[in-house]
Write a protein that binds this ligand. Structure first.
Ligand SMILES: *Cc1c(COP(=O)(O)O)cnc(C)c1O
Length: 217
């Protein structure tokens, strides 16, 4: 069992990956966390990310975690490591095309709706399954589909949050079995934020996205 400790308040047990969510934080705040050894940072706005990337150390590994418009993909395609928020085949196609132009592969997660808030981004699981059946995902050679991402209901009790994360874990297992059994890269379950990452880890999260608990001020 390994521990990543950034601040005493955030101690990630087991082998989960910590994505430090740095949206709205200053470069100095990000550098302070970077200097403690953190390398993976997540942003949800392309414009903000582009501005930060040039000013910060070049070995930072950037993830996009928020909803992404197709016309913004070209700005991040040269460097983005992972996009957590793929919620349509069209977006996946665009990422694939821009990755190809840059002669690289971009890792993506399929965002699945698990919260009962109807505004939340992501595929309904039934729609995702239809899309995987009917659309030619395997033709997208420049993306690597690494798993799923989900966000629990923001204002929820622990019982509800836990059951939403269990649902995402079940969706992951079903997708793995039916569509990605030959894809060893399909192994990530991105779930858990500052308020619920402990439950997420108990329910099988492999990646937690934590902002406010890391950057306290
Ligand atoms: C902001 C954000 C987070 C981090 O939220 P905190 O509560 O600050 O930890 C995680 N995931 C997504 C998609 C976000 O937009």
């Amino acid at each position: 069992m390994s521990f990543i400790t950034i601040k005493s308040t955030v101690e990630i047990e087991n082998n989960a990956t910590l994505v430090a969510v740095s949206k709205t934080r200053s470069n100095d705040q990000i550098l302070a966390i970077y200097n403690q050894g953190q390398r993976i940072f997540g942003e949800n706005r392309v414009q903000e990310l582009i501005g930060k990337k040039d000013a910060l150390p070049q070995d930072i590994i950037w993830h996009i975690i928020g909803s992404l418009q197709k016309n913004k993909v070209k700005f991040i395609a040269p460097f983005i490591e992972m996009i957590h928020s793929v919620d349509s085949f069209d977006l996946a196609k665009t990422i694939d095309k821009e990755a190809a132009k840059n002669h690289r592969k971009i890792k993506v997660l399929l965002q699945v709706k698990i919260a009962n808030e109807y505004t939340k981004q992501g595929f309904d699981i039934e729609d995702l399954i239809l899309s995987l059946k009917n659309e030619d995902w395997s033709s997208l050679k420049n993306i690597v589909i690494c798993g799923v991402m989900g966000m629990g209901t923001l204002v929820a009790n622990d019982v509800q949050t836990r059951s939403e994360f269990q649902n995402l874990n079940n969706h992951f297992n079903l997708l793995k079995l039916q569509y990605f059994s030959n894809n060893p890269e399909f192994k990530e379950i991105s779930m858990g934020m500052s308020g619920d990452y402990e439950i997420a880890l108990e329910e099988g999260s492999t990646m937690v996205r934590i902002g406010s608990a890391l950057f306290q001020d």
